[in-house]
Design a protein around this ligand. Structure first.
Ligand SMILES: CC(C)(COP(=O)(O)OP(=O)(O)OC[C@H]1O[C@@H](n2cnc3c(N)ncnc32)[C@H](O)[C@@H]1OP(=O)(O)O)[C@@H](O)C(=O)NCCC(=O)NCCS
Length: 176
C-alpha cells in the first residue's frame, strides 16, 4: 500500500476512479457518483489549500481523503460556523482545515488504509485545527477511527437545515 498526494491535474484525470470509490464506499447510485464527480471533484481545484491523498494498491486507487482550508464564506462553514460559535468553539474555526471526504473501497476496508490516509493528512497539513462532519451514531466505524486518532466531538447531534438525520461535528487540534 502506498499513500501519496495527488496533484490537481491527477485528481481531474482520475475523477472517474475517485468517484467510483466514493460510490462503492457508501453504496450510492450512479447518479450520485456522477454528481459528485461533476460538481465536488470538478470544483476542488478552485478551493484554497485543497489537498488530496490517495491510497494505492500497486497503481489501483483503493481510497482517498481530501479537504481544503476552512473558509467562512464556503457552504459548510456557513452551516456549522454559527453553531460552533454558539457552543463556545469559535477558536476551532481559526487556522482550520475542512476535511471533506474519506472513503475506502469496501473490500479494502479494515486494512489500515483509512488510518494511513489520516496520518498522511496530519503530516502534510500545518493547520492548528482539522474539522469534519460525521454521523451521530457512536458505533459508526469512521467515528471510532476519528476518535482513535485524536478527534473530539464539538457538536454532537448537529442538524443541517432540511436534513432529519443528526450529524456530529468533530475537531482535532494539532498536538503541541
Ligand atoms: C471509515 C473508513 C474510511 C475507515 O477506513 P479503513 O481503511 O477501513 O480504516 P482502518 O482499516 O484504518 O481502520 C478501521 C479498522 O480496521 C482495523 N485495522 C487496521 N489495520 C488493520 C489490519 N491490518 N488488519 C485488520 N484490521 C485492521 C482497525 O483497528 C480499525 O478497527 P475499528 O474501526 O474497529 O476501530 C472506511 O470504512 C469507509 O470508507 N467507510 C465508508 C465511508 C465512510 O463512512 N467514510 C467516512 C465518512 S465521515
Amino acid at each position: 500500500m502506498t499513500i501519496r498526494a495527488l496533484e490537481t491535474s491527477e485528481v481531474l484525470r482520475r475523477a472517474d476512479e475517485i468517484a467510483r470509490v466514493f460510490q462503492r464506499a457508501f453504496g450510492y447510485s450512479d447518479e450520485r457518483r456522477e454528481h459528485f464527480r461533476d460538481t465536488r471533484l470538478a470544483y476542488l481545484p478552485l478551493y484554497d489549500g485543497a489537498l488530496t491523498l490517495g491510497a494505492f494498491d500497486h497503481d489501483r486507487l483503493v481510497g482517498f481523503v481530501y479537504g481544503f482550508d476552512y473558509q467562512p464564506e464556503h457552504w459548510w462553514p456557513q452551516q456549522v460556523g454559527p453553531a460552533l460559535v454558539r457552543a463556545g468553539h469559535a477558536g476551532w474555526t481559526e487556522d482550520a482545515f475542512e476535511l471533506n471526504e474519506l472513503e475506502i473501497l469496501p473490500e479494502h476496508q479494515g486494512k489500515g488504509h483509512g488510518t494511513a490516509l489520516l496520518r498522511g493528512l496530519f503530516e502534510r497539513t500545518a493547520h492548528r485545527h482539522i474539522l469534519l462532519s460525521t454521523t451521530a451514531d457512536p458505533a459508526d466505524r469512521a467515528k471510532v477511527l476519528y476518535r482513535r486518532l485524536g478527534f473530539v466531538d464539538l457538536l454532537p447531534g448537529f442538524r443541517y437545515a432540511g436534513v432529519t438525520e443528526p450529524a456530529t461535528i468533530m475537531g482535532r487540534r494539532r498536538p503541541g
